[in-house]
Design a protein around this ligand. Structure first.
Ligand code: ATP
Ligand code: MG
Length: 464
């Protein structure tokens, strides 16, 4: 049965895990799709602006006219490579000053709902004199490469365009006093980048219904599973408890019934019929067994009552008198070879308002247990004190104790600790349940502390 449960829980957990994996896969797929859609949207937005005539001309001016002059100066050895590059960036800065605000306003006009940054980067400039290439500029080695657009803060950028311009230019070359017209081949590579800061949050934001729905659904399934398994375990426990109870009752009923059977048979016996003393004796047995059966049935019946259904008949009584009677009755009723009950009741006396009959039963149940689950020498101490306006009764025994696990369920109906069956002590598991009901009906509380093999302490708090 137990392994079946473990298997059930294991399979459920695996199924849940598989479900989780599938869900994660679907979400990540959707994320990719949404991401692509978003990026396309951003690309299109930029394309709309890049095609703007004003901005389009930037590239022509920057790359074609301006660069041509600087390269001519370089080839005439009037400036160094470094100076040529510096000049290009200086012109670029001028452009930025004039056109960046214009560009930004265009983006604002698009009303995208998010920030879109754009950058135009120079990758390399090279003068080609086959097979040699004279590299004027290369991005990897430079501190700066941006010729137009905004500086990106760190984060992912997306290349939307890579371009390579290959051309031949003519320039006026001075050699001494003579002037020639020469030509050279050159290559310029550039890239366009865009960045949407926190684009991940935007994409995820567009998926919130899906994500939230999945999480809620998932939690719901887990909850349902948890609830079902818990229910199943409870049902199983109840079934076990019921079987135990029926076994216990049968066992308890069998002994008096068997004794009754023998007694009635012997009542037919001539020898006993003629002997008055023996006859009375046997009748006594019948009576006692009858009482026992009656008590047993009463116990089962009263225990089916709930705390709120208990009818209490309260009376005023001195605690000293109550406990003196209780302990003396208990000692008489319990035939035990070695039993000491220490009476440590609070002095001076306190007047209690209690249902004497029921409270006696409640405390009797605890005292009986101390003997039933005790060792050969039973030592019980009944102590009472006043604490924060409550009357506190402590009953301490030196019995076998109750394990932590059992302590939690000890006041449950029909509950018997694991060891009580082993120790072969009879009982229905109703005593403490009933005690708990009676104390609750009095508006009080009951609790216990116990150490296995050392003993148990029950603490009862009653309002005064
Ligand atoms: P009955 O209904 O006849 O009283 P019971 O004694 O088994 O049957 P409870 O009095 O409710 O039922 O006790 C429940 C269980 O708690 C017992 O079966 C026993 O295992 C454990 N128990 C109770 N009191 C003590 C104690 N003083 N020391 C050790 N174990 C105890
Ligand atoms: Mg008991």
């Amino acid at each position: 049965m137990k392994s079946k449960f473990t298997l059930l829980i294991l399979i459920s957990a695996l199924a849940l895990l598989a479900l989780c994996a599938i869900q994660a896969y679907l979400i990540s797929n959707t994320y990719e799709l949404k991401k692509d859609a978003f990026m396309n949207e951003a690309d299109n937005a930029v394309a709309e602006i890049s095609n703007d005539r004003v901005l389009d001309s930037i590239y022509d001016v920057l790359i074609e006219e301006d660069l041509e002059n600087h390269l001519a100066d370089y080839l005439n050895k009037r400036i160094s490579k470094r100076q040529a590059v510096d000049r290009i960036f200086r012109t670029a800065d001028e452009f930025n000053k004039n056109y960046l605000p214009y560009y930004k306003s265009k983006i604002v006009d698009l009303d995208l709902g998010y920030t879109l940054l754009f950058q135009y980067d120079l990758l390399s400039i090279g003068i080609i004199d086959y097979p040699e290439v004279d590299t004027i500029f290369i991005k990897n080695k430079a501190e700066r490469s941006r010729i137009f657009g905004e500086k990106f803060t760190t984060g992912e950028a997306r290349i939307i365009n890579l371009s390579r311009t290959f051309d031949t230019n003519e320039f006026i070359e001075q050699r001494g006093d003579s002037i020639f017209t020469s030509s050279y081949d050159f290559e310029v590579r550039t890239q366009e980048l865009i960045q949407v800061p926190n684009w991940k949050a935007i994409v995820l934001g567009r998926m919130w219904v899906l994500i939230l729905g999945s999480v809620v659904l998932f939690l719901f399934v887990i909850g349902l599973l948890y609830y079902s398994i818990k229910n199943l375990i409870t049902q199983k426990k109840i079934a076990e408890v019921k079987t135990d109870f029926i076994n216990n009752v049968t066992h308890e009923l069998k002994t008096p019934l068997a004794t009754l059977g023998i007694a009635t048979k012997s009542l037919r016996n001539e020898v006993i019929l003629s002997n008055k003393e023996a006859f009375e004796n046997t009748l006594g047995i019948v009576e006692r067994q009858n009482n026992r059966l009656q008590k047993l049935i009463d116990q089962v019946l009263t225990n089916s009552l709930k705390a709120e259904e208990l009818q209490l008949h309260k009376e005023q009584i001195s605690d000293n008198v109550f406990f003196r009677d209780l302990i003396s009755d208990f000692k008489t009723a319990t035939q035990h070879a070695s039993l000491t009950v220490v009476n440590a009741v609070y002095k001076p006396e306190v007047l209690l308002r209690i249902d004497r009959f029921h409270l006696t039963t409640a405390l009797f149940n605890i005292l009986e247990n101390a003997v039933k689950y005790g060792n050969d020498t039973v030592h019980i101490k009944v102590e009472t004190t006043l604490q924060n306006g409550q009357y506190v009764i402590t009953i301490i025994d030196n019995g076998i104790g109750i394990s932590d696990k059992d302590q939690k369920a000890i006041f449950d109906k029909f509950y018997r600790a694991g060891n009580s069956n082993v120790h072969n002590v009879k009982g229905l598991g109703l005593g403490l349940y009933f005690t708990h009901q009676i104390i609750t009906a009095h508006g009080g509380m009951i609790d216990l502390k116990s150490i296995e093999d050392e003993g148990t302490t029950f603490i009862i708090k009653l309002p005064i």
